[in-house]
Design a protein around this ligand. Structure first.
Ligand SMILES: Nc1ncnc2c1ncn2[C@@H]1O[C@H](COP(=O)(O)OP(=O)(O)OP(=O)(O)O)[C@@H](O)[C@H]1O
Ligand SMILES: Nc1ccn([C@@H]2O[C@H](COP(=O)(O)O)[C@@H](O)[C@H]2O)c(=O)n1
Ligand SMILES: [Mg+2]
Length: 206
C-alpha cells in the first residue's frame, strides 16, 4: 500500500488485517520505531521525516525485510511503500518480490489536509508546513511509482474520500475477488491538477 498522506491507509489496513489475515507493515511506523529505539540512523530518520523527505531505501528496505522475516506470515500488506522509484527498485532487487496488486486511494488534497491536521497522534510531521512538503514529495516522487504499477495492470483504485466504513466496503470487494494474495501495496493519491496527474490519468487505469 502507498498513497497520499492522511488518505486513510493506516485506518483501512487495520480493517484488512482483521478480516483477511495479512500482516500490516507500515514503512512510516517502522521508521518511527527505529527513531525511538535509539539506533544510529535515528537522528537522520527523524530529520528526514520532519522535512517530509524520503529516507534512503537501504534503511527502509532493511526494516521491512526484518519485519517480514519476524512476522512468521507469508501475506503482507505494505503501507506507505514504495515511496519512490529507488524504494521500488531496491525492494524488488533485495527481496525478489513484486506486489500482487496495488490499492490506490483517491482523495482530494483538502480532505487529506483536514484529516492530518485533526489526527492528534502527536506526529511531528502533522503540521501545515511539513504536510505541504509531504504533498509535494508525493506528487513528484511517489506518483511515478503508481504509474509504473498501473502500466503493469496492478492498480485497483478506491474512492478514499468517502466515510471510512464505505471505503472499507470497496476495499473488501477487491480483496474478496482475490485468492491467496501474498503482497499488497497501498497507494493513496490526491486529486490535484498537475502534469503528474495528467500522466497518471493517461496511463492505463482499472
Ligand atoms: N474515510 C475517512 N474519513 C474521515 N476520516 C478518516 C477516514 N479515514 C481515516 N480518517 C482519519 O484521518 C486521519 C488519517 O488517517 P490515517 O492515519 O489512516 O491516514 P494515513 O493514510 O495512514 O496517513 P499517513 O500517510 O500520514 O500515515 C486519522 O485521524 C483517521 O482517523
Ligand atoms: N517508504 C517510506 C515511508 C515513509 N517515509 C518517511 O516517513 C514519513 C511518514 O510516513 P507515513 O507513511 O507514516 O506518512 C514520510 O513523510 C517520510 O518522511 C520514508 O522516508 N519512506
Ligand atoms: Mg499511516
Amino acid at each position: 500500500m502507498r498513497g497520499g498522506p492522511g488518505s486513510g491507509k493506516g485506518t483501512q489496513c487495520a480493517n484488512i488485517v482483521q478480516n483477511f489475515g495479512f500482516t500490516h507493515l507500515s514503512a512510516g511506523d517502522l521508521l518511527r520505531a527505529e527513531i525511538k529505539s535509539g539506533s544510529e540512523n535515528g537522528t537522520m530518520i527523524q530529520s528526514m521525516i520532519k522535512e517530509g523527505k524520503i529516507v534512503p531505501s537501504e534503511v527502509t528496505v532493511k526494516l521491512l525485510q526484518q519485519a517480514m522475516q519476524e512476522s512468521g506470515n507469508d501475506k503482507f500488506l505494505i503501507d506507505g511503500f514504495p515511496r519512490n522509484e529507488e524504494n521500488r527498485e531496491t525492494f524488488e532487487s533485495v527481496t525478489g518480490i513484486e506486489p500482487e496488486f496495488v490499492l490506490f486511494f483517491d482523495c482530494p488534497e483538502e480532505e487529506m489536509e483536514k484529516r492530518l491536521l485533526s489526527r492528534n497522534q502527536g506526529r511531528e510531521d502533522d503540521n501545515l508546513e511539513t504536510i505541504k512538503k509531504r504533498f509535494k514529495v508525493y506528487m513528484e516522487s511517489s506518483l511515478p511509482v503508481v504509474v509504473y504499477y498501473s502500466l503493469k495492470d496492478k492498480v485497483r483504485k478506491i474512492d478514499a474520500a468517502k466515510q471510512a466504513e464505505a471505503v472499507f466496503e470497496d476495499v473488501k470487494a477487491i480483496f474478496n475477488s482475490k485468492i491467496e494474495v501474498p503482497l499488497i501495496l497501498l497507494y493513496v493519491i490526491q486529486q490535484v491538477a498537475s502534469e503528474d496527474c495528467l500522466t497518471l490519468s493517461n496511463a492505463k487505469m482499472p
